[in-house]
Design a protein around this ligand. Structure first.
Ligand code: GLU
Length: 291
């Protein structure tokens, strides 16, 4: 018998929930319900520099209750799990896959400009690898001095180790992750002891998630996640990246479109039913949100 389906809704509390979140939550809930599975909730509040996240989490619970969206089991809260992420980092460090990077953002920009090309990916700039092969005595000295640094993963070593592993998107079919494609991403830094990429793969495994539903803006990030799953020896879920909601001009709805926050729709007198019907109408209309 196939393992029971487990999906999750994993919002980042960086503002009030908006209709894009509703879509993500509804997709996760629906897939679980269709398969007789469970849909879990995870609060992705690893960015402790965001001072208002507690407030947004409270509002989020209100919005979800108002909409009648429920989740199964215990809520996972990432800000309570830094020890777990630290252990995963240690595993990668011991395997010789991490290195400290002392470059500031402006130094990286200058390095990229000097190279005379713009090594960008859909996920931002590609780190040019400046600190990848610093002499060990320099690294030791700078660490001992307490120089600010981030921990990056050496994707060339990862690729040498695991090759280019496959993953499956239920809408787009089998994909192949090329670990070096997005460069040596940051997995931790002082003010953020675990990056999104690290926390998400550790937590999807810890929650036993079998199907990851999320917006297609995270499609490319899944290549990175697949590589991390391989080196951390974590199970690989199936993925279903869904289209994003857009306004009438075809522009992606963004968080700053305050009018589309669930709280503002609620305040304007919309019923949960009306908001859900608007979502159904948008999905029938190529993702164009009309309200
Ligand atoms: N926390 C992310 C967000 O709110 C979603 C992460 C995911 O689904 O993997 O955009």
């Amino acid at each position: 018998m196939a393992a029971p389906v487990v999906t999750r809704f994993a919002p980042t509390p960086s503002g009030p929930l908006h209709v894009g979140h509703l879509l993500a939550a509804a997709q996760a809930r629906r897939l679980a319900d269709e398969q007789g599975g469970r849909c879990l909730l995870r609060i992705e509040d690893i960015d402790v520099t965001r001072s208002r996240s507690r407030e947004w989490v409270e509002l989020m619970y209100e919005d979800l209750a108002w909409l009648g969206l429920h989740f199964d089991g215990e809520v996972m809260v990432q800000s309570e799990r830094f020890g777990v992420y630290g252990a995963a980092l240690e595993q990668l460090r011991t395997a010789g896959l991490l290195y400290p990077c002392f470059c500031t953002r402006s130094e990286i920009k200058a390095q990229i400009a000097e190279m005379g090309r713009a090594p960008h990916s859909s996920l931002g700039y590609l780190y040019p690898g400046t600190c990848r092969n610093l002499p060990p005595d320099v690294v030791a000295e700078r660490l001992a001095r307490g120089d600010a640094h981030a921990w990056r993963i050496d994707m060339q070593r990862v690729q040498d180790l695991i090759g280019c592993p496959e993953w499956v998107d239920l809408h787009r079919g089998t994909q192949r992750s090329v670990p070096t494609e997005y460069g040596d991403v940051v997995l931790a830094r002082k003010e953020m002891p675990a990056s999104y990429h690290l926390a998400v793969v550790v937590d999807d495994a810890a929650q036993g998630v079998t199907h990851v539903t999320r917006g297609e803006d995270l499609f490319d990030a899944t290549h990175i996640h697949r590589a991390l799953q391989a080196v951390l020896r974590l199970p690989v879920p199936l993925y279903a990246h869904h289209g994003l909601l857009r306004d009438n001009s075809g522009k992606r709805l963004a968080k700053r479109d305050g009018a589309r926050s669930l709280a503002s729709l609620r305040a304007a007198g919309y019923t949960p039913r009306a908001v859900r019907d608007s979502l159904t109408a948008a999905l029938a209309n190529g993702g164009i949100w009309q309200v």
